[in-house]
Design a protein. Sequence first.
Length: 150
Amino acid sequence: MATYAPRVRTGRDDSERGSTLPFVLVCWLVAALMVFGAIAASDAFLEQQEVQAVCDGAALAAANQADEAALYADGVGTELPLTRASAQAAVADQLDSGASALDAWSTETDGAEVTVRCTRFVDIAFGWLFLGGQQLKRTATASARAPTLG
């Protein structure tokens, strides 16, 4: 007949049994929130890059649109003259021809450099979790100088 050693008591109480399950569930919840947060942050970053690219293109289009009336009246100097009206018309043409829509944009110019500010409200992945269902505002600013001559 086989002889077995007496059972060793670990000093633990049976009331602690199953206490690791809540800890494991909390760890999984934290890990899931981190993954969802990373996905939402990368989506917001990509949306920002897209708005910036659209804004850069609009600024370049505006900088290449010289004010023809001032150009013919004053002649060609060291810089092509820019006006707010010509810059706005060039930005509007650029944005109308593209596939990316903006919610708002504005232009400013000092006569040689144009600055375009673009805004778009976007839905991001898991926005319902991190933004409470609200859209995220993405704003970009781009500047471009008129091409110089000579």
